[in-house]
Design a binder for this molecule. Structure first.
Ligand SMILES: Cc1cc2nc3c(=O)[nH]c(=O)nc-3n(C[C@H](O)[C@H](O)[C@H](O)COP(=O)(O)O)c2cc1C
Length: 144
């Protein structure tokens, strides 16, 4: 399966997690590409079967550039699958709900439950034991 992971990460928490996820998925014979969406990507993002969006939480929600990227994102066809990830410090985060509502309005289909990992400080470390959750998330993805 072709998988694009589109991520934003300022302090490295989200980057660490998406790189680990990519490694797990590649070991499961998936065709994975990673793209930073901190700025508008300059390279052409090839079509994929599944898009995984990853963002940190900011002010309980999403950073502005992630909001803008999601709003202007055009899936290659309707009924394209997506999955969502975030790193956060406060569990009241609603960032992924916002992403979900925008992506659903584009006719996209949610492939699996959200992956959320708590960061113990702004620059980490991430909560211990998230690796198992990440493995389970990858398992769900490859079932598509
Ligand atoms: C300016 C700023 C605002 C933040 N606001 C929130 C917030 O409202 N809720 C929350 O859970 N985390 C908040 N955080 C923490 C980040 O979500 C957390 O540090 C995240 O893991 C950073 O991911 P990154 O290293 O991939 O950028 C904030 C961080 C910064 C720098």
């Amino acid at each position: 399966m072709k998988i694009n992971i589109l991520y934003a990460s300022w302090f490295g928490n989200g980057k660490k997690v998406v790189e680990e996820l990519a490694e797990i998925l590649i070991k499961k014979n998936q065709d994975v590409r990673l793209f930073s969406i901190m700025e508008k990507p300059t390279e052409i993002i090839p079509d994929a079967d599944l898009y995984i969006f990853s963002s940190p939480t900011r002010k309980f929600s999403l950073p502005t550039n992630v909001k803008d990227f999601i709003s202007s994102f055009t899936p290659p066809k309707s009924q394209t699958y997506y999955a969502l990830m975030t790193t956060y410090m406060d569990p009241r985060t609603i960032g992924l709900k916002k992403m979900e509502s925008v992506l659903n309005s584009k006719g996209m289909l949610k492939a699996t439950g959200d992956f959320k990992v708590k960061s113990l400080g702004i620059k980490g470390p991430l909560e211990t034991g998230y690796n198992e959750k990440l493995m389970a998330f990858a398992e769900e993805i490859v079932k598509l």
